[in-house]
Design a protein around this ligand. Structure first.
Ligand code: ADP
Length: 296
């Protein structure tokens, strides 16, 4: 049984005074967990802390009987980490670099290592291009290579930081399919600012902004709480400011060149609004909106 990852009251202030984590607590069970938040929310800080790459100021993190902040070697044995940005040696092949990483992971037996490397190349659909230089890889292939290296050593805790930025839609879909196949017995934390990544993939999620968890749970229950409260209207661009002043405008979209606003209200603001079914984007923006109102 894969244990839960339990993050309790984790705080971090950088030397420049930025309070990146202001008491973050989360319970993350096996399966895909989406950590959703705008840029600067503290996601990478939390991911790097869980990945034992930096120290928090306070709080605790446990993964089963592993004390993540103290037993770093034990964490690293079960961890697969795909950082936001990673360098690749452009002149070596996928096969060579994976083999090298596998040696670093302690896989010294040549036959066993070849078996594992071949298996992750197949799982990430890179088998056909394994002898190609990494410098020739597309963005999507590089991301899949990132997952391949994270899968060496059969991790039980996978951290994937902002993975789909810069991928085209087809690559993104392929990447999603791969992540969702990684297995039910692994805690996979997907950190992202893209709502669709979470709605497509994650059975559990949290929204984080300004170093605080604003909401956590399962996406569908969060959506259900907004039922009958999201109203849509097309507005002229110069009317937008007055709507924003008078109503809780949680998002604006361009739809075929016209501006559609989503408003949160207990009842129809006026007959020109139509009710729309809430989705995760409404959850996300209404949660951020409420936090902004509170801060103002
Ligand atoms: P996210 O991943 O959600 O974009 P980060 O964890 O990268 O958020 O950043 C959270 C806040 O901490 C931001 O205000 C960022 O500028 C700041 N920050 C991140 N890393 C450092 C650092 N090494 N030194 C100082 N401030 C940092």
């Amino acid at each position: 049984m894969t244990p839960e990852l339990v993050v309790d009251n984790v705080t971090k202030t950088y030397p420049n005074g930025v309070r990146a984590l202001k008491g973050v607590s989360l319970r993350i069970p096996a399966g895909m967990f989406g950590l959703l938040g705008p840029n600067g929310a503290g996601k990478s800080t939390l991911m790097r802390t869980i990945a034992t790459l930096q120290e928090p100021d306070g709080g605790s993190i446990e993964f089963g009987d592993i004390d993540v902040l103290k037993q770093k070697d034990a964490v690293r044995r079960v961890l697969g980490y795909l950082p936001q940005e990673f360098g690749l040696y452009p002149k070596v092949s996928a096969l060579e670099l994976l083999d090298h990483f596998a040696v670093l992971k302690g896989l010294v037996d040549k036959r066993q290592r070849a078996e594992i490397v071949n298996s992750v190349l197949h799982r990430t659909n890179l088998w056909a291009v394994r002898r190609q230089r990494l410098g020739t890889f597309s963005g999507g292939m590089k991301q899949r290579f990132g997952i391949a290296q994270a899968l060496l050593g059969s991790p039980r805790l996978m951290i994937v930081d902002e993975p789909t930025a810069g991928l085209d839609p087809a690559e993104r879909l392929r990447f999603h399919n791969m992540l969702s196949e990684i297995g039910e017995n692994v805690v996979v934390i997907l950190s992202t600012h893209i709502v669709e990544d979470v709605s497509d993939l994650c059975s559990r999620m949290a929204i984080i902004a300004s170093g605080r968890v604003l909401l956590s749970g399962d996406p569908q229950s969060a959506i259900n709480t907004l039922r009958g409260r999201i109203w849509k209207k097309f507005v002229a661009r110069d009317e937008l400011a007055s709507y924003e002043r008078d109503l809780a405008v949680i998002s604006t979209h361009l739809v075929a060149g016209r501006t559609a606003v989503h408003v949160m209200a207990p009842s129809r603001p006026d007959p020109s609004f139509e009710e729309v079914p809430a989705d995760l984007e409404d959850v996300y923006f209404s949660t951020l909106h409420a936090a902004d109102q509170k801060a103002a």
